[in-house]
Every structure is written in C-alpha cells, then in structure tokens.
Design a protein around this ligand. Structure first.
Ligand SMILES: Cc1ncc(COP(=O)(O)O)c(C=O)c1O
Length: 367
C-alpha cells in the first residue's frame, strides 16, 4: 500500500513570506527593506540587553512552561487579563495556526475578508477546512458585517478580522466590531488580528481587549515582530477567555518557546521608550509619504499601520523589480493578499522614503 499523503496538504502550495535581504542580489547597492513591515529602527534595546544577559544559559532547557511569560503579559495588561488568558507561541503566525488546529477540522469553515493576510485561509485548507471570503467593501475597504453574518452556518468555526489590516492599512471602526460581536452565534469564535495596533491612532479604533474582558468568544492576536522589532526571533501571543485559552494551550509542546525569545519578549514589553520612538517615526514618515505620493499622483490608501498600500501605474511585479533596481527598495506585491495590481510598502526612515520617492520619480520619467 502506498504512503497516504493527505490530499489537502499535497494540493496546496506552501505559504511564502517576503524575501530576506540575503535572498536579493543587486550587487553592493544599499538595500532598504520595506517589504515585511519590520521595525525600521531595529530591535528593542531592552530586548537586546536581555538576550545578551541570557546567552550563557543556552546549554540548559528553558522553563518547562511559559507561565512566567504569561505572568509578564498579565502585568503588561495591568491585571485586566490574567495569565490563564494567554497563549504564547513562536510568532503570531504560529498562533494563527494553533487557533486553526484547535477549532477547525475537515469540512469546517472559517470566514475571512480579502484583501487579507493569507495564512488564515491557507492554514485552514491544511486541516481540510475551507475559507469563505467575504471581501472588504468598496474603495475604502470597509468590513461587510452583514455579508459576514450572512455566511455563518453550522460548519463555521472561526471569523478572521484584522485591524489595522494587512495589506490595506485600514482599520475597522468600533461600531462595526460591536455589531459583529453582538451578533456572533455561540458556536463561532471571532479572531481579531491586531499585530499592528501600536500604530493605530484613529479615534474609533478598538482592540479585541474590551470584548475579551466582557467574556465574548474573541481572540486577540499579537506579535513581537512589528513594533518591538523582533521579527527574527519569532514570538507572538494571543489572549481570549480563560476557557478558550486553556483549550488552545493543550496544543502546546513542552519547552515550546526558547529561552532567548521568551526573555527578549518579556523585556520588550517594558520598552515604552522604544515603542514611542517607533510610533513617532511611523507617524512622521507617514505624513511625509502622503505628501510625496500626492505629488507623484500615485494612488494609495491612508493607513493606520506601519505600511502603505499603493497602486503604482504599472504592473506590481514590474514595479517591484524596477524600484529595487532604481532605489534599492524592497517592496511587496499584494496579489497574494487579494489586492491585485497593488504594492504594499513599509513606512521607512526618511533616508529610505526619500530613496523610494526618488526611485519612483525616475520610473515615472522613464515611462
Ligand atoms: C496581519 C498579520 N498577522 C500576523 C502576522 C504574523 O507576524 P509574525 O508571524 O511575524 O509574528 C503578520 C505578519 O506580517 C501580519 O501582517
């Protein structure tokens, strides 16, 4: 009898993230990586100091559980959440996978809202589940709450929403999240991906937190890859009701999070100064890019995150290649996120943004 390969694993192409700098070859030219929404100021200094301090412990196993990390998170949330409400993982994306493995199986469904972060439906397919797309509405990419509610059936397990959203940078106003949560049937869990929350400044922005505190079936997903500047370490966490979190922790392996990641993340949680500096840079540079993109006459969407979705006046793959060659700028075509013809650009330092604008100008001049 041949080996049984699961059809829903073999049928699928694996999820591809953005390339690293080492995977790009443009000679000795300076490269600005504006393709993966990383922190342009580097990593939290407190995290780096903690990494240094704990390097000598690497011959030993980490704590058997993540309870100290979860207690640090309880502190971070000033006791509004308790340690039993957290699930910590090797990255935000691993948390998404844990949630899908915990709640979905063959022939169940999750709802997502394109343009969106592709692991939601990609991972659902890998457990034999199905992603049901309820696309964001109109040019402002607003959430179609009635459309989502209309697609819920007995097989629905999860709804994924993202605010600020990747790749659009748009946020979901509180009134719409309220409506969705208020109408959520008992058998459905709302997964609220908020990995870019630090950058949001809209008056009607809301996190998953108030809903979880109210005891709703909501999970908030977070990452240390973005504002904390620790993408290379791979750490993330989610919070939900004690019941949901305790259930998901059954999927944890012993020693799942390595010592360095845990210590760095715990230190980063207290690095308010670095987060403030990071957010200030993004807000200042966002204003600079809006002005410059307006001058270039380029279509873009106002953002609540640390990246901007744009529609260059040429095919996104061609633009991606030309801006790399012209300005040394790595950007991300947004086709894979459900935004054809668009390119997502991380907001850089002034030097990077200036190189982007100059390179873009040359491309427009060349035609
Ligand atoms: C919306 C969204 N969720 C989750 C993640 C996962 O981040 P990580 O796996 O690096 O923690 C990302 C990363 O790009 C993201 O954009």
């Amino acid at each position: 009898m041949p080996i049984h390969f699961k059809p829903y694993l073999t049928n699928k192409a694996a999820y591809k993230g953005g390339k690293s700098k080492d995977e790009i070859n443009i000679g000795n030219k300076k490269i600005f990586k504006l393709s993966s929404n990383e922190n342009q100021l580097g990593s939290s200094p407190k995290a780096l100091a903690s990494i240094q301090k704990h390097l000598s412990t690497l011959s030993e196993y980490p704590d058997t559980t993540d309870i100290n990390f979860r207690k640090a998170l309880e502190d971070f949330y000033n006791g509004q959440l308790t340690a039993d409400q957290f699930v910590t993982t090797n990255s935000g994306v691993a948390n998404i996978e844990v949630i899908i493995r915990a709640f979905m199986e063959k022939d169940t469904e999750c709802i997502y809202t394109n343009p969106a972060f592709s692991p939601y439906w990609d991972f659902a397919a890998k457990v034999g589940g199905k992603g049901i797309d309820v696309p964001l509405d109109g040019d402002d990419y607003s959430l179609d709450v009635d459309g989502i509610l209309g697609k819920i059936n007995d097989r629905t397990r999860l709804i994924f929403i993202t605010s600020p959203n990747n790749p659009t940078g748009t946020h979901i106003p509180k009134s719409q999240v309220d409506k969705l949560v208020d109408n959520l049937p008992d058998h459905v869990v709302l997964v609220y991906d908020e990995v870019y929350y630090q950058y949001a400044d809209a008056a009607d922005y809301v996190r998953a937190l108030p809903y979880v505190i109210q005891g709703k079936n909501v999970i908030g997903i977070n990452s240390f890859s973005k504002a904390y500047g620790l993408a290379g370490l791979r750490v993330g966490y989610s919070y939900s009701t004690p019941k949901l979190a305790e259930y998901m922790r059954r999927l944890m392996r012993p020693f799942m999070i390595n010592t360095i990641s845990m210590k760095a993340a715990m230190a980063a949680l207290h690095d308010d100064e670095f987060i403030q500096k990071t957010v200030n840079l993004v807000h200042d540079e966002k204003a600079f890019l809006y002005t410059e993109l307006d001058k270039l006459g380029v279509k873009y969407w106002k953002t609540q995150a640390n990246f901007i979705l744009t529609r260059p006046n040429l095919p996104s793959s061609e633009f991606t290649e030309r801006i790399l060659n012209e300005g040394g700028i790595m950007v991300r075509p947004a086709e894979g996120f459900g935004a054809p013809g668009c390119v997502r650009i991380t907001i850089g330092t002034r030097e990077a943004n200036q190189a982007l604008v100059e390179g873009w100008k040359r491309i427009l001049e060349q035609g």
